[in-house]
Each structure stands twice: as C-alpha cells, then as structure tokens.
Design a protein around this ligand. Structure first.
Ligand code: CP
Ligand code: NVA
Length: 333
C-alpha cells in the first residue's frame, strides 16, 4: 500500500511522525523535479481551496495559489476583511459552511486554536498558513532547502535559529528539525526562548529520530560548527509596535552579522530567513525603524543578506514546492 496522508489536516508539526515528514519532503522534491522538467502532472483537477487569511502574506498566499493552479485546482482568497469569520460568524460555523463548498481550507491568523477549530469542524483538510505558535509549511520548506544545500556526504545537518525563539518560526524550526533528525541549536536571550511544552514535544521526537537539541543564550557558542544560520524578524505580525525598541536592545547581540557567520567556523555556512526581513532602510517600516532606533537593518545586516552565503530566495521558491506537496498529500486520491 502506498503511503497516505489523505484527508488529514496540516496545522502543526507535532501531529506528524518522522515518516510522514520524510514523505512530504520526498513528495516536494519530486514535484519540484517534475515542474523543472516541464512534466508536472495535475492531480487536483476540479478541486477547490479557500484561503482565509487574517494577516498579510506574499509567499504563503502566492505559493498556495500557484500550487493550486499548477495542480488544476480552483482557489478563492478571502483577505483580512473579506469574510464574516470571527466578527459576526463563529469559526465553527464558517468551517461548516466552507467545508460544504471547498475541498480544503488554508488559514493564517493569530491563534492556533482558530486553525485547530476550523480543522475540527470543516470536514475537509485544513492547512495552517501561520499562527503565532506555528508556521509548519515554512519549516517543511526550510528542511527541504537545508537538505538541498547540505554538504554532500554530511552525516547530519546542523543549524542554529537565532533571535526571538519563542514565536512561530522558533517553534516550527525546532520541531521540523527534530522530525528530520537534525542537530538543532536555539540561540536567544533566556526570556525569548522556547516554552517548556514545546521543548518537551521536541525532545520526545528527538528521542525517536536521533536529533539533538541545544538551547543557549551565547550566540558564538550556539552557531559553532553549524551548516545553516536562520533568523526571523524581531517583532512579528500582530505584536505591539512598542516592542521594537525593547527587542532591538534585547537582541542587539543576536543579529546575523558577518562576524556571527564567521563564528560558525564553517566557510560553507549558509544564511536562511523565512522573509520578509529587515536588512536595509528600503521599506517604509525599515526607514521608520532606522529613524527611531538608528539601526540600518535589524535581525540581519545587508552584507550577509546579499552575500553568496544567503540562500533566502531558494528558500522562498521552496514554499511553492512544499505547499504543493502538502495539498497533493492531503487531497490527491
Ligand atoms: N515566510 C512567509 O510566510 O512569508 P509571507 O508572510 O509573505 O507569507
Ligand atoms: N515571525 C514572523 C514570521 C513571518 C513569516 C511573523 O509572524 O510575522
């Protein structure tokens, strides 16, 4: 019997086994190769996806929409003001309505409980396109990208996530790396580190996969010997604007600079970021933060972002292939 995740939802990494994770990664690699060869076979013709996003998105929305079109699937996008959900219609009622009209629902918003509630009541697969707690489609993408860029013959991939580790990207990379059996380093000030519940979940998975998990507040020690250094924004969507100053002070030693990259002691170390990223003053918010904080670039400097070590656009492309794999795995009969 072939491997199947048919009918499942994709709302957080801990719902999946290491074998499930390997299956999704292999499927994504296969779909990517088919597309590159001009030989992609649409497996979702006539199916329909509803995308309900309560927060802005470039990559996740476009990856989902492109993946749907390339697989023959129809798609409806509801933007943050585009549906009644949460204001005058409950999540549960919205789930039951959309489940009658669509074959799957993708959701992005603040609370993990919302995407879990949609999944509980829709009767169709639900995909988490980011909540404050988890960003599983990003970690699947990031693991694929690391596997593609890993040094040939390396026994085990080693990476550090540095910065605000208690939010969606810190949590998801920890769990995604644990599922893939990697050497995972979480590098952050102690009050921005992983919650005990997420650490416990990661350690349970690591016991099965052989992953190692290290938490440290020492940036240079944390990145020593790694193949990849990841970071994320210092203040996430939905968090208070007032936090920028406080985070900039707290995370000043946790910026990804050329010195930090050198501290890996690995000339082949690569830089990764889920994006969007503050690496210069060329955006409205980047300029505003420069005026307020005097920092040109925040979590990563422009020289690292634009260096040959930066693989952020390979990573961004892989959002398409990995979200397509999720759609095909959950929906293709
Ligand atoms: N990485 C990511 O989720 O990007 P978007 O916010 O553009 O979807
Ligand atoms: N932590 C970021 C990730 C964006 C893809 C946020 O939630 O805004």
């Amino acid at each position: 019997m072939s491997y199947s995740l048919l009918g499942r939802s994709f709302v957080k990494e801990i719902d999946f086994t290491p074998a499930d994770w390997r299956h999704l990664l292999a499927l994504a690699a296969d779909l990517k190769a088919q597309r590159r060869a001009g030989a992609e076979v649409p497996r979702l013709t006539g199916r329909q996806l509803a995308i309900v996003f309560e927060k802005a998105s470039t990559r996740t929305r476009c990856a989902l929409e492109s993946a749907c079109r390339e697989q023959g699937m129809g798609v409806t996008y509801l933007d943050p003001s585009g549906s009644h959900m949460g204001y005058k219609e409950t999540v549960r009622d919205t789930a039951r309505v959309l489940g009658r009209m669509y074959d799957a629902i993708a959701f992005r918003g603040a609370e993990q409980t919302t995407v879990e509630e949609l999944a509980a009541h829709a009767g169709v697969p639900v995909i988490n396109g980011l909540t404050a707690q988890w960003h599983p489609s990003q970690s699947l993408c990031d693991v694929l990208t690391m596997q593609e860029h890993a040094p040939r013959g390396s026994a085990r991939i080693s990476f550090a996530f540095i910065g605000d580790a208690r939010y969606n990207m810190g949590n998801s990379l920890l769990l995604g790396g644990a599922l893939a059996g990697m050497d995972v380093r979480i590098v952050s000030p102690q009050d921005l580190t992983t919650s005990p519940e997420v650490v416990a979940a990661a350690e349970r998975i690591a016991a099965e996969t052989g992953a190692t998990i290290t938490h440290t507040d020492d940036p240079a020690a944390g990145v020593r010997g790694v193949d990849f250094i990841h970071t994320d924004v210092w203040v996430s969507m939905g968090e208070a604007e007032e936090l920028w100053k406080q985070r900039a002070e707290k995370l000043a030693d946790y910026r990804v600079t050329a010195e930090l990259m050198a501290a890996a002691g690995n000339p082949r170390v690569k830089f990764m970021h889920c994006l969007p990223s503050f690496h210069n003053r060329d955006t409205a918010l980047g300029e505003k933060l420069y005026q307020e904080l005097g920092l040109e670039g925040l979590e990563v400097t422009e020289d690292v972002f634009e260096s040959p070590a930066s693989i952020v656009f390979d990573q961004a492309e892989n959002r398409l292939h990995t979200l397509k794999a999720v759609l095909v795995a959950l929906l293709a009969r």
